[in-house]
Ligand binder design. Structure first.
Ligand code: 13P
Length: 144
């Protein structure tokens, strides 16, 4: 199995949903490598100690930016980001930057449960899928 490098992020109102989603998909998710924003990472680790999770800084303290930087460096294969669309976030610009970089670098990004279900059940997730390089106006965004 190719170990995927997966970033996990959930806003406060969605953390319980992310933990439940991981539990429901634990057989597909076990064995991969995880990075997460701080509070999300701590909660995922205590709920699912079998997963190898590296917590970064909390989202509002720079965690979204750290994950964005990892994406820019080609170190993340999948972003699962359970977004709360009903609550204003103090670090909204960081959230936007993270989703922008995932889009720019053509990283699969699941912002809700239905999309996350589709991604992990896809044969592309199980296989050694590498998204093709995104090219925006001549800017090559994936180093191969
Ligand atoms: O705010 C977040 C993402 O924007 C999540 O951060 P925490 O996991 O530290 O709560």
């Amino acid at each position: 199995m190719t170990r995927k490098r997966i970033a996990l992020v959930a806003h406060d109102a969605r953390k319980a949903d992310l933990i439940a989603w991981i539990g429901a998909n634990i057989r597909l998710l076990d064995g991969h490598l995880y990075w997460a924003t701080g509070t999300t990472g701590q909660k995922v680790r205590s709920a699912h100690p079998q997963l190898e999770v590296t917590p970064l800084k909390s989202g509002p303290l720079g965690g979204d930016q750290q994950i964005g930087a990892m994406i820019a460096e080609g170190r993340i294969d999948l972003l699962v980001f359970f977004v709360d669309p009903m609550t204003a976030q103090p670090h909204d610009v960081d959230v936007k930057a993270l989703t922008r970089l995932a889009t720019l670098y053509n990283i699969p990004m699941a912002c809700n449960e239905a999309t996350a279900d589709m991604v992990v059940s896809s044969p592309l997730f199980a296989g050694g899928y590498t998204p093709r390089a995104a090219d925006f106006n001549g800017y090559e965004t994936r180093q191969v």
